[in-house]
Ligand binder design. Structure first.
Ligand code: FES
Length: 150
């Protein structure tokens, strides 16, 4: 096997390992960076470089409720930018952020697969469609109330 082929195989394995860690923990923690670096016998700064290169990897721990606003084509046409702005204003978060209590995180994502309900968001995988501002706020308040009642 050529050195170049071995290098690309190592990189594929590295990415696979990072994907596994993200699947388990929901993000790439500092511990994950160190452990994967040990596993591949490379400096942690190189692993950090790979993580920051690929947008699929998240370095911020997601909230208990992961709010994902779809920005696929159908949702975009039906006003997903406005939905994201409403969610951003209500939660006080920019996409990619998690609140200080670790309760909500917000992100914009590609098609969630239920375009007929556009515009759509999901919270922990449960989809809410045909959103307008009132429906969006109702949904977000329902999740916030769950915590108050817990
Ligand atoms: S584009 Fe939003 S669900 Fe498909």
């Amino acid at each position: 096997m050529s050195i170049q082929a071995k290098g690309s195989m190592d990189r594929s394995n590295l990415i696979f390992s990072l994907q596994e860690r993200q699947r388990e923990e929901g993000y790439i923690s500092d511990d994950a960076i160190r452990e994967v670096a040990d596993q591949f016998q490379m400096p942690p700064i190189e692993v950090e470089g790979v993580v920051s290169f690929y947008t699929q990897f998240k370095r911020v721990k997601p909230g208990k409720y992961k709010v994902a606003v779809c920005d696929g084509t159908a949702c975009h046409i039906k006003g997903s930018t406005q939905v994201l702005n409403w969610a951003r204003d209500h939660l006080g978060l920019a996409p990619g952020e998690t609140d200080s209590e670790g309760l909500f995180s917000l992100e914009a994502v590609a098609c969630l697969g239920c375009c007929s309900l556009a515009p759509v968001l999901s919270i922990n995988g449960k989809a809410y469609g045909n959103l307008d501002r009132n429906k969006l706020l109702r949904v977000l308040r329902t999740y916030a109330r769950r915590e108050e009642d817990a």
